[in-house]
Design a protein around this ligand. Structure first.
Ligand code: DGY
Length: 325
């Protein structure tokens, strides 16, 4: 019997040895993602695909995969995949939850601290030889300890942020599609509020909600206008949750004090984006989960999902379990 064909859209930080014993594996070795036409061509002949969040696994592509049995994404988010079409074709879609929770929360916390205390700006200032003397009001930021943190989306990563905030004696507010279990609220010391209440009250707002049609541009002018002028926004979820033009206006006009974003709309951020001119904005290239250990675990988990799908077994981490009887 011939081996199944697998297409992997980038080189992975994990061994493919086990997979190669079971399947004929092709890996896209370039640094940039495969162009859409290439993806289409590869998926047409593939039994399994292992993809990244930069690969648009859309309807035409899934429908062209006449022998496709599994789609495995090396990420927890999967808004680049048309899961509805995959489900209609009874193709399981895998993802990599949990293993990146702490790395992502650590990074979101690093951004929060860096934005609050203007760390990146201070580094630039020092390197530009602008440091003349100790000054009482040089590069003033705001306190983190004792401040109020507003968490948008109290899922795995939102909860990890709440645990970090407890160590800083912060008041924790959250908003979520549904209110969480009271026992969890008590453990995290988190208060459920409306989005408006959270925006009006929090000193720091951190976004941990998936990108859906409902959260697309969840942050626009109206949301920024409700925030205190001293507020700081952190986004490590998806860039499209924040309207970039509204973010620019809010930061340039001092509607909020600062922001730190690991994700942008679009990605990568265009070289002519006005956001790049702002001193009160920190921008990083979608690296919140990028610790060596975490990326290895994500790749290993994605391979395990892929192998399960090829072998007709239930994926260990499946986003559309309704494909199973
Ligand atoms: C994800 O997994 O969805 C992150 O954005 C990348 O780690």
């Amino acid at each position: 019997m011939s081996q199944p064909n697998v297409f992997i859209t980038r080189q992975l930080p994990a061994s493919l040895e086990v997979l190669k014993a079971l399947a004929s594996v092709e890996v896209w070795t370039e640094r940039q993602p495969p162009p859409y036409e290439v993806l289409l061509d590869k998926i047409r002949h593939a039994d399994g695909v292992l993809c990244l969040l930069t690969d648009p696994i859309d309807r035409p592509l899934i429908e062209s995969g006449t022998q496709l049995r599994v789609i495995s994404q090396m990420a927890v988010g999967y808004d680049n995949i048309d899961v509805g079409t995959a489900t209609a074709k009874r193709i399981p879609v895998g993802h990599t939850p949990d293993v990146l929770t702490d790395a992502t929360a650590d990074f979101a916390w690093a951004l929060l601290m860096a934005a609050a205390r203007r760390v990146v700006e201070a580094d630039r200032f020092t390197r530009a030889y602008q440091w003349q003397t100790w000054e009482p009001d040089l590069l003033l930021g705001s306190n983190i300890a004792g401040a109020t943190l507003g968490i948008i989306g109290l899922g795995r990563i939102g909860q990890a942020m709440a645990r970090r905030a407890r160590g800083f004696d912060m008041r924790i507010l959250y908003t979520n599609q549904e209110r969480c279990d009271p026992a969890l609220e008590t453990t995290l010391n988190a208060e459920f509020v409306t989005l408006d209440e959270l925006l009006q009250t929090a000193d720091f707002v951190t976004i941990h909600t998936p990108l859906t049609p409902e959260t697309h541009h969840l942050f626009s002018d109206r949301q920024f206008q409700q925030m205190p002028r001293s507020a700081v926004l952190i986004n490590t979820a998806r860039g499209t949750i924040v309207d970039p033009d509204a973010l620019y206006r809010a930061l340039a006009e001092g509607q909020i004090a600062a922001a730190a974003i690991d994700v942008t709309e679009p990605e990568p951020i265009p070289a002519d984006s006005p956001l790049l001119s702002l001193d009160n904005l920190i921008i990083t290239p979608h690296i919140a989960s990028a610790s060596r250990q975490t990326r290895e675990k994500m790749a290993t988990m994605a391979i395990a999902n892929l192998i399960a799908g090829l072998q007709g077994e239930r994926l260990p981490h499946c986003v559309n379990p309704e494909v199973y009887p």
